[in-house]
Design a protein around this ligand. Structure first.
Ligand code: SF4
Length: 259
């Protein structure tokens, strides 16, 4: 009886909207009091790093053309390219500020990894992407990166775009898949066939991204069952290549599951 009551209390306690568990540090550690000086102090800590310590940079593009209903990422839905252009201008100002700060404080970080995420970085057309890469190159020598990754919405790219990303120095791509079952896809407002993905990652394209190609697959989606997950992992884009399958598991890092 007592166990039952404790369980009910636990369910009541945790049956509320929560912060996204995949962010680090967790949002419950964030503070609104963290201001400009704290940010500068944190950046100053970089000067105490040894010259060769490796660093990574993340750049966020917070726009998507459609919302996936499960998504808790920081994004806004838009098809307004002026809005995206203005965001890139602001981002470029921030890159300049950071670059100035490093110069004035003789900080020379050795960036070895760069990740473009969102939202959907694939919302940027080639002209806007060129602009962004040029700006980033003022701060990070892209040629020296060991890993340069981008999150890809398969609905927003074609083979030409995949080649373009390779030409820009990207060597790892991350596809948002979630589940290939059509009923699940309709329920989450993200319809994309296995064939669509398969046609994007033909062997010649795979060979270009030497640091790897990964699929994000989520479990816990509406209408999803063990069977839909198993079938998703048995679709040709996955099995053709005998890759590991990674899951976003609440409370854990990405988790590899064998089928
Ligand atoms: S495309 Fe990605 S970021 Fe945008 S709503 Fe869907 S899951 Fe979220």
């Amino acid at each position: 009886m007592e166990i039952q009551k404790n369980l009910e209390n636990l369910v009541k306690r945790y049956d509320t909207p929560a912060h996204m568990y995949t962010e680090y540090p967790h949002k419950s550690f964030w503070s609104e009091e963290f201001g400009e000086n704290d940010y500068k102090e944190s950046l100053n800590l970089l000067s105490s790093y040894k010259k060769d310590d490796p660093m990574m940079m993340y750049v966020h593009i917070p726009y998507c053309t459609m919302p996936c209903f499960f998504c808790t990422c920081h994004f806004k839905v838009t098809r307004d390219h002026e809005k995206i252009k203005n965001y890139l201008k602001t981002l470029s100002q921030e890159i300049d500020l950071l670059s100035d700060f490093f110069d004035k404080n003789s900080i020379n970080p050795r960036f070895v990894e760069m990740h473009l995420g969102g939202g959907s970085p694939t919302i940027l057309n080639e002209e806007k992407f060129d602009y962004l890469i040029e700006k980033i190159n003022n701060l990070v020598n892209i040629k020296n990166l060991e890993e340069f990754a981008i999150e890809i919405d398969p609905r927003a790219v074609d083979r030409k775009r995949m080649l373009y990303y390779h030409q820009k120095g990207i060597n790892r791509i991350s596809f948002g898949i979630q589940d290939f079952d059509i009923n699940v896809q309709e329920a989450i407002n993200r319809v994309q066939s296995p064939e669509l993905v398969e046609n994007l990652i033909t062997p010649d394209i795979r060979a270009l991204f030497k640091y790897g190609i990964n699929f994000d697959v989520i479990y816990g989606l509406p209408l999803q069952t063990k069977e839909t997950i198993r079938e998703t992992c048995q679709e040709p884009p996955v099995t053709d290549w005998g890759h590991e399958v990674r899951f976003n598991v609440p409370g854990m890092n990405k988790h590899t599951v064998a089928f």
